[in-house]
Design a protein around this ligand. Structure first.
Ligand SMILES: *Cc1c(COP(=O)(O)O)cnc(C)c1O
Length: 844
């Protein structure tokens, strides 16, 4: 690490050359690169030129920032490409046990800065930029976020890939290559507007298409387009082609380069042969568009399951292509099917890839011709399932008729699994038919459905939650019947985030302060941060940490001004709530807090109150009307406060559009107060909470998800915890009455009255009326009003501490020092040891 303090989130230019840093840039990499047709040492810029002018066939006059970005990225890819090949060769040679992480979402964000950093090519890149006179800031901005996910679940998958590569695990991610990722959000008159995210409009320099490794996926129906809509013809068997597109996942230090393999759906060349011969040549080819529709777009719903058949097709495509691919790889090196669980561990990221259970059974029964018991044993030992939510509306259930139409053989297998499983339930709990009904894989009713969570638990050897409280609630509430019967299958794996992206890359100033104090081992062993604990009492260290935070605030303010023309004052407290917009996450509670503070200032303009800036960011599912109304409310509060002379300059509210990884990377280092205020018992883990903690923000929050464990690590006295506990929320359900709070708490009442009096909607009277139902007459399911008073109290304690900068910074340091547990390296090491039985396989 460089000793200098750098305040932009760019690779550091420290003047050293790659060769002189061979201790960190693997010499063998440099050597191999120099062996190619173009020299490496000292002339990466020659390679850059070749990519810039030759790949695109352009002259100097056509060069723009986008082309420069592509050429830089391709140059970086050249450096890693042979290492990438070597990684796969090593795994093959060693016949290592592989870990396959199946996920419908990978919220990767940008790759260029991360890859340069993980390859430790900062100085080489610096040389190129200098000699080519490239504006690095502009280049980075040319890369679109790879937004193939909604939020926490997809970002977790991305952090896991980084950790698995850094820990040198023989791992691979499998997902879908959506042509359109999570929608782009803009704000029009305060309302969310969605626009398509055409992230592949230009050549993506990272991906490598491998059509020769395509997988055929057989279906019992066929598709065609009718009036622009996808139509399904049942009982007309057809084949889809899944084409893999590989992306490199560079482990820190560049020794291991793993693969994220994303599948794109396509029609086979012989698509609808039959119609060709009937003379419908053009029509048949036009219908091949229908096949490609399947991976066109990511579903933008977070925490809600929408029963759309296309989504079901997507899930089956992911499962069939990935299992087809990994079984082929297994067969190339092994001839005994019984070795399968010793050579492959498949992790299901939520229930989305649960069709893996019947698909693997089908392969073992029909292709390998094993008996049922053998096939079932292999399937269970190979698969493991991660649950991500306790919300009932998020639990997946798919109509039986879709199985019948698309994959009837799988339905047959599910029935047989269910028959055997329910027999064992009856044997264990004789006469308890209610239990049998609850545990069945099939939900009876007007439309019969398959319960995917039940299938995932029954068909795997491990079910884990993602934070201690979440795993506990799973065991004792959500799937209690399954825990009664199969307790040994349940375990906890508290989530984590990669400190390479979420500290080293996004916060170079704080990273340099930390490294100067304790060395750089924290980059691959975050528990090293404990060494910062005694430094909380070191005035010099405190002042450096404060300086880093101040620098990050100033950079963020400057970025806001230049990119969006918005002015914020870095001398105010930066307070953030950034995450998907959802009632259980309670952005509304934050809005009420701000209105209470606003009312206090209106009532008493001389009141002393530190000036604050409140940042909100997050996307609402396009069909989630109330979440969209919450965005509108925040924007209207923002506008009203800006126009109010009494509070202007003391309170400022800002809704930042289009929350995404690259925005989080800028905002989190600049934040001082992290709000984690979900109704206790509803946030499975949270990972945003961890990112803020390691960047020195203090948390004001409820005892929910991983926030509980964060407070354990740093000490509850260093957190601003408030509100009902999960137990209290559950106990209060029966009698909780929001009306009581309205009638008995003057500030709560005044805040609500202000909203309902159209104070924030003078030109749009009545638009916030639906909130009356949410918060009052409808029972306030997420108990905003129950927690508002204690939220305000915690907020006052926080403000008091902020007035003492030494005490504040001391606490921030104790938070950073306690954040070591929340590295995804720790999480992945636990999965590897306790679920996968996977070992590192160093590349040679
Ligand atoms: C970390 C992250 C999330 C998850 O945030 P939570 O607060 O845990 O819900 C969502 N979106 C993005 C872009 C993230 O980086």
């Amino acid at each position: 690490m460089s000793e200098s303090t750098v305040v932009s989130n760019l690779p550091q230019l420290d003047g050293e050359t790659a060769v002189s840093r061979s201790a960190v840039v693997p010499q063998e990499l440099v050597d191999r690169y120099a062996c190619g047709p173009v020299g490496f040492s000292g002339s990466a810029d020659a390679l850059y030129d070749r990519h810039l002018f030759h790949d695109n066939v352009v002259g100097e006059e056509s060069v723009n920032a986008r082309l420069q970005y592509e050429a830089v990225a391709r140059t970086v890819r050249d450096v890693l490409s042979q290492r990438w090949v070597r990684t796969e060769q090593t795994y093959q040679r060693e016949n290592a046990k592989r870990v396959y992480y199946l996920s419908m979402e990978f919220l990767m964000g940008r790759a260029l800065g991360n890859n340069i950093r993980n390859l430790q090519l900062d100085s080489v890149a610096g040389e190129v930029f200098k000699s080519k006179n490239i504006d690095w800031t502009n280049i980075l901005e040319e890369e679109p976020d790879a937004g193939l996910g909604n939020g926490g679940l997809g970002r977790l998958a991305a952090c896991f890939l980084d950790s698995m590569a850094t820990l040198q695990l023989p791992a691979m991610g499998y997902g879908l290559r959506y042509e359109y990722g999570i929608f782009k959000q803009s704000i029009d008159n305060g309302w969310q507007v969605e626009r398509p995210d055409n992230w592949l409009r230009y050549n993506d320099p990272w991906e490598v298409a491998r059509p020769d490794e395509a997988i055929e996926v057989k279906l019992n129906c066929s598709f065609h387009m009718e009036d622009g809509r996808l139509k399904v013809l049942s009982n007309e068997p057809s084949t889809l082609i899944a084409i893999p597109y590989d992306r490199p996942i560079v482990g820190y230090g560049g020794t291991t380069v793993n693969t994220l393999r994303l599948w794109a759906a396509a029609a086979p060349d012989y698509f609808d042969f039959h119609r060709f011969s009937k003379g419908e040549f053009i029509a048949a080819l036009a219908d091949s568009l229908a096949a490609e529709t399947i991976t066109r777009v990511l579903y933008p719903d977070d925490s809600t399951m929408r029963g759309e058949a296309l989504r079901f097709f997507q899930q089956y495509l992911l499962v069939a292509a990935s299992l087809g691919d990994l079984v082929r790889r297994f067969r190339a090196a092994n001839d005994d099917w019984h070795a399968f669980p010793d050579k492959a561990a498949i992790q299901l990221n939520d229930t989305h890839p649960t069709l893996s259970v019947p698909e693997l059974m089908r392969i073992l029964l029909d292709d390998a011709r094993l008996g049922w018991d053998e096939a079932w044993d292999i399937t269970q030992r190979t698969l493991a399932y991660t649950n991500h939510t306790l919300l009932p509306e998020a639990l997946e259930k798919w109509p039986l008729e879709w199985f019948e139409m698309l994959i009837p053989r799988h339905l047959e297998i599910i029935y047989e699994i269910n028959r055997r499983f329910l027999d064992s339930v009856r044997e264990r709990f004789p006469g308890d038919e209610a239990r049998v009904t609850r545990m069945s894989l099939v939900e009876e009713g007007s439309t019969r459905k398959i319960r995917m969570a039940n299938l995932a638990i029954v068909g795997s050897h491990s079910t884990n939650g993602v934070a201690a409280i979440h795993s506990e609630l799973l065991r004792t509430k959500t799937v209690r019947d399954f825990h009664d019967m199969l307790p040994e299958r349940f375990n906890n794996k508290t989530n984590g985030v990669t400190q390479r992206r979420w500290l080293l890359l996004c916060n170079p100033a704080l990273s340099a302060v930390i490294t100067d104090a304790i060395g750089d081992r924290w980059i691959t062993d975050l528990s090293e941060l404990r060494k910062l604990t005694p430094l909380a009492d070191d005035a010099e260290f405190r002042s450096r940490v404060r300086g880093a935070k101040r620098g990050a605030k100033a950079s963020f303010a400057a970025w806001l001004r230049t990119t969006q023309g918005v002015v914020v004052n870095p001398d105010t407290i930066f307070d953030s709530v950034v995450k998907r917009i959802h009632e259980y996450k309670r952005q509304l509670l934050d809005a009420l807090r701000i209105i209470v503070l606003y009312n206090r200032l209106r009532e008493n303009p001389d009141l002393e109150m530190q000036p604050r800036t409140f940042f909100f960011a997050g996307k609402a599912a396009p069909a989630y009307a109330l979440a969209k109304l919450i965005i509108k409310l925040v924007n209207n509060i923002s506008a009203v406060i800006d126009n109010d002379l009494v509070v202007r300059g003391r309170l400022k509210v800002l809704f930042l559009p289009d929350y995404r990884v690259s925005l989080a990377e800028r905002l989190i280092p600049a934040t001082e107060v992290s709000n984690q205020i979900s109704t206790a018992g509803y946030e499975a883990s949270g990972t945003g909470n961890m990112k803020f903690m390691m960047n020195g923000a203090l948390t004001i929050g409820t005892r929910d998800g991983a926030t509980i464990e964060m407070a354990e690590e740093s000490g509850e006295e260093n957190f601003f915890l408030f509100g009902l506990t999960a137990d209290q929320v559950a106990d209060n359900r029966g009698w909780y009455n929001p009306q009581w709070h309205y009638e008995n708490e003057p500030e709560t009442r005044a805040a609500l009255d202000l909203i309902f009096s159209d104070h924030f909607s003078a030109n749009e009277p009545g638009i916030f009326e639906p909130l009356r139902k949410t918060l009052l007459t409808g029972g306030d399911f997420y108990m905003h009003l129950a927690d508002l008073t204690s939220y305000i109290e915690a907020d006052q304690r926080l403000l008091k501490l902020y007035a003492d900068p030494d005490a504040w910074t001391r606490m921030a340091i104790l938070n950073i020092a306690g954040s070591g547990k929340f590295s995804s390296d720790r999480t992945i090491a636990e999965y590897a040891a306790e679920i996968w039985d996977a070992k590192p396989c160093p590349v040679r």
